[in-house]
Structure formats: C-alpha cells, structure tokens
Design a protein around this ligand. Structure first.
Ligand code: GLY
Length: 350
C-alpha cells in the first residue's frame, strides 16, 4: 500500500490488537458467522446484488457472481455510468474500465480504456483466468477481447451522444461551437446531471463459507481526456479483496481514490479490527486529509467532490460511507434494499 506511515500503522494496529492474531484466525474465531451469501454495491446495483446473492446460493464463486451482477447494469442502455450507454470521452468515444478480484486464489484481472465491448468486467475475468498479467489497456485490451469472441458494437446511445454534443457546445466561449439556448430542447438542468459525473458500480460478494470476490466497472469520468483511467480498474484503488478479511471498493472521484489507495486501505482497516462501516469512514477521512489543493475544496474547506467506499467482511458484515450523504445497495437473508451511507458531512459541498 502506497504511503501508510509506519507510525500511523503501529498506532492503529496496537489500538486494534492487530498483532494478537493473524486476520484469518481472528475472523474464524469471530462472533459473526456466515449463514447465507451477502453482496454489497453502489446504489445503482440493487438488482445486481440480488442476482449476485442468487448465483452464490446456486454455488457460484463470489467473483463470478459479482460479475454476473454488474453485467445487468453494463447491459442497461439507460444507465449512463457503465457499459452500453456509458458517457463518452471528450471525443465522443466510450472507454470502459473494470477489474475483478478472486479471494480464494488471490488473483485479479483488469482492463482499462477498452472501446466497443460493453462487458469489460467479463473481459477482466478472462485476463485473470487466461493470462499471467493483471491489467491490459486500450488497443491491447480490445484485441484480447476480440480473440475471446466478445462482440464489438458502438456503445454510444442516442442519450449519451446528445449529452456529449451538448457538453461540447457548452464547454467554451472561445471555440467555434455555439452554445445551445438554455431554454431550448434541453435546459441547463438536464445538462447539469452530466457535469463532472463519474458513474461506476462496485460489487463485493461474500459466499456462505466466507470466500470473497469483488468487481468494479465504469465508463469513468464523463467527457474525460481520452486515455484517462480512474480508480475502477486499479486493484487496490477502486476494488480489492483479501480472502482472510473481506472486500473493499469505491465509486466517485477516481483520482481521489487512487491517491488514497482506497480499496486496499478499507480492507487493511478491517484487518486491523475496524467494522466495515468504520473502515469506510476511515477511508473517507484519509481522502479529506490528502485533499490539499484549493481547486478541490469548497468554501468551507471540504473536498468539493463525492467519494463512497463499500466494505464486506468475510464473516458477512457490510457497511459503506461517503464524504457526503447517499445510499448503497445490499442483499442478505433479508433481501435486496437500499441503505443510507454513513457520511462525514450532511450537506452537499458548496
Ligand atoms: N470512480 C470512477 C472513476 O473515477 O473513473
């Protein structure tokens, strides 16, 4: 992990009694014993967590169940955050990122800046299972997907194409594009929903026997510079799991999560004894502490962006937290539902 200082690590480890027993032993002896599979996801993953739990009940490996769940969202043309219909880069081309991690084998796979293939999480699974590599990008990732028979298609939908055109027309008073009339076909409010948008789905899955797997998939930051890669395909940032501990992942501003090594940090906090919710809150505090430049702070000195973290422990507890309020999705023996995030700040950034 990137920059956890020795002093902080020793302090938190000592506080949590982390050296008393290795993680596997502590979790095995823990009071929280698994009875049925559990899945946690970002709020756009309500159906995804339900399907993931169903698949694990049928005996699927958690990582395969997680990918099956997020595929529902990747295939949905009306969801502009991932897969088909994801918002494109500044040239109007959809570039997708995803990674998967498998607890029992400790292996992971990822693709980044993948064009024309709507299921990058499935391609990431192939990278994990058929190569000795972890991450393929761009043209190499596309050729790899093609070799495994993934169909190629234009991932821009009518809605995402129009959003991109409107973004291009509005972005500068100095270029040759004419800004649309704010009272025209789409008013300012319609366009506001796409500004600075980072849509993503993370899904962490825990089987009844405590095996874990996880996945994150995204179209990344709307209208990004071509080639920009966020946290989602980076193991340790947007997604991580450790079969002795649990899963951790992130959605929101990817740059902040990368700089905080978010996913790995969440898992490490659970290993040190924190509950899933507290581990996520600690990751949020870490993002706040590491966000120092003025252009990223609001009038109150708080980060002017949202980041959410999600965690599931191998004994089946789940929790999530954001800098600001929001929801997440969970499915366990009580069924699939939305739950409030724990949040550092109640109000939206100003
Ligand atoms: N968290 C998604 C991204 O920043 O690309």
């Amino acid at each position: 992990m990137a920059d956890f200082s020795r002093r902080r690590f020793l302090q938190s480890a000592a506080a949590a009694g982390a050296f008393a027993a290795p993680a596997a032993a502590r979790f095995a002896a823990g009071a929280h014993r698994r009875r049925s599979p559990v899945a946690i996801a970002s709020a756009n993953g309500l159906q995804a967590v339900e399907l993931a739990v169903r698949r694990m009940t049928e005996g699927w490996r958690p990582v395969d169940a997680a990918v099956a769940g997020v595929e529902l969202v990747e295939n949905d043309p009306d969801d502009d955050s991932v897969g088909l219909g994801g918002l494109p880069n500044e040239e109007g081309v959809v570039e997708l990122d995803a990674c998967v991690m498998d607890g029992p084998s400790g292996l992971g796979g990822a693709v980044a800046a993948l064009q024309n293939v709507k299921n990058p999480a499935q391609v990431a699974l192939k990278v994990m299972r058929h190569t000795d590599h972890v991450l393929l990008v761009g043209e190499g990732a596309l050729r790899f997907a093609r070799a495994y028979g993934f169909p190629e298609e234009n991932l821009l939908t009518e809605r995402s194409r129009r959003a991109w055109l409107e973004w291009r027309e509005r972005r500068s008073a100095r270029d040759k594009w004419i800004a649309p009339d704010e009272n025209g076909e789409h008013g300012k409010e319609w366009f506001q929903q796409f500004k600075g948008k980072t849509g993503t789905i993370h899904l962490g899955a825990v089987a009844a026997n405590g095996d874990v797997g996880s996945c994150t998939t995204t179209s990344g930051l709307a209208f990004k510079i071509p080639g920009r890669v966020g946290d989602s395909p980076l193991l340790g940032a947007g997604n991580y799991c450790d079969n002795d501990v649990g899963t951790g992942g992130s959605t929101g501003r990817g740059e902040a999560c990368i700089l905080a090594s978010g996913g790995a940090f969440v898992v490490q906090q659970m290993e040190l004894g924190k509950s899933p919710t507290d581990a996520c809150l600690e990751a949020c505090r870490r993002v706040v502490r590491l966000t120092k430049v003025k252009r990223l702070l609001d009038a109150k000195g708080r980060p002017d962006f949202q980041v959410q973290f999600y965690a599931a422990s191998r004994d089946g507890r789940t929790g999530a937290a954001g800098l600001y309020a929001g929801k997440y999705a969970v499915c366990d023996e009580q069924g699939a539902r939305h739950v409030d995030l724990a949040a550092l700040y109640d109000e939206a950034p100003r």
